[in-house]
Design a protein. Structure first.
Length: 290
């Protein structure tokens, strides 16, 4: 079903609602992948940001309010989603892809009607084309809608498909996950400084260590346990550090943290009223709500 309304211009293929960091990252990924500039438009209420987008993407259609579109990509803050989608539906849309945090497909469907809605949870490495994104179908979204959403989001990283009820867990693991890595890096650098390393040297060593470890994890095909075991000689320095982690209950601490993130995700998802799935929420790591 197509939402229709006033407006005489031909529909644009992709209309982004919100031109913040994640919206711009997706637009950049699409254009780099060969999407024609004329097939994309963005709605941005802030005049200064509209000017910035025009400078970043010369020739991009940048509008203060929605125009008719085939696919609307929702990149607004969660509290603005339903108003933004409602305005877009008034001028015309055929399907919705939402990366906004916490707003379930049911809540969006309550505004747009029987339109395919796909909900996505990317993470901030999308800004570098290295996102981990999960997508979930709403009640009217079939295989074609999922295929199109996956093709869109694959321009900024890896995409997996899940049921919507799994998005709380996805949020807790990959959506918030970069922050956990940054937290470890922060404390690792501080520990190096405590041992006498200059702050800038400790930070540089940590950056490269995190990068190298991530590449080994992604490129060797080995699991984390095997990679850890390979650098943990019995009685050696790494073994001493791992033993200290174990003594402090590191495993339980990580599990508690991820569970807390998933629980908070569900709480935020429930806050969007009728139509929001009871356990399909998403927390801070979506778009510009980080």
């Amino acid at each position: 079903m197509t939402s229709t309304g006033p407006g005489s211009s031909a529909p644009v293929e992709l209309l982004f609602l919100g031109g913040g960091r994640m919206g711009a990252a997706l637009i950049g990924g699409l254009l780099a992948a060969g999407r024609p500039l004329g097939s994309v438009a963005v709605v941005e209420r802030d005049a200064r940001r509209r000017s910035e987008l025009s400078g970043e993407f010369p020739g991009l259609r940048v509008e203060p309010s929605p125009v008719p579109a085939r696919t609307v990509v929702v990149c607004t803050k969660p509290g603005d989603v339903l108003d933004a989608v409602g305005a877009a539906a008034t001028v015309g849309l055929e399907q919705v892809v939402s990366i906004a945090a916490g707003v379930g497909t049911g809540a969006i469907e309550s505004v747009v009607g029987a339109v395919p809605v796909v909900r996505a949870m990317p993470n901030t490495p999308a800004l570098l084309g290295a996102a981990a994104t999960a997508i979930a179908a709403g009640s009217h979204a079939g295989p074609q809608a999922l295929d199109e959403a996956e093709a869109l989001l694959a321009t900024v990283g890896t995409v997996v498909r899940v049921d919507e009820q799994a998005l709380d867990a996805v949020t807790a693991v990959s959506g918030s996950g970069p922050a956990y890595v940054f937290l470890l890096a922060e404390h690792l650098a501080a520990a190096g400084a405590d041992l006498g390393l200059p702050d800038d040297l400790a930070a540089a060593l940590v950056r490269q260590t995190v990068l190298g470890a991530a590449r080994m994890l992604c490129e060797t095909g080995d699991d984390p346990q095997g990679l850890r075991a390979a650098v943990t000689s019995p009685g050696g320095t790494t073994a001493a550090a791992v033993a200290a982690f174990d003594d402090a209950g590191f495993d339980a601490m990580v599990r508690r943290a991820v569970t807390a993130a998933a629980r908070r995700s569900a709480e935020l998802g429930a806050a969007f009223g009728p139509g929001a799935p009871e356990t399909g929420g998403a927390a801070e790591p979506s778009g510009d709500e980080r």
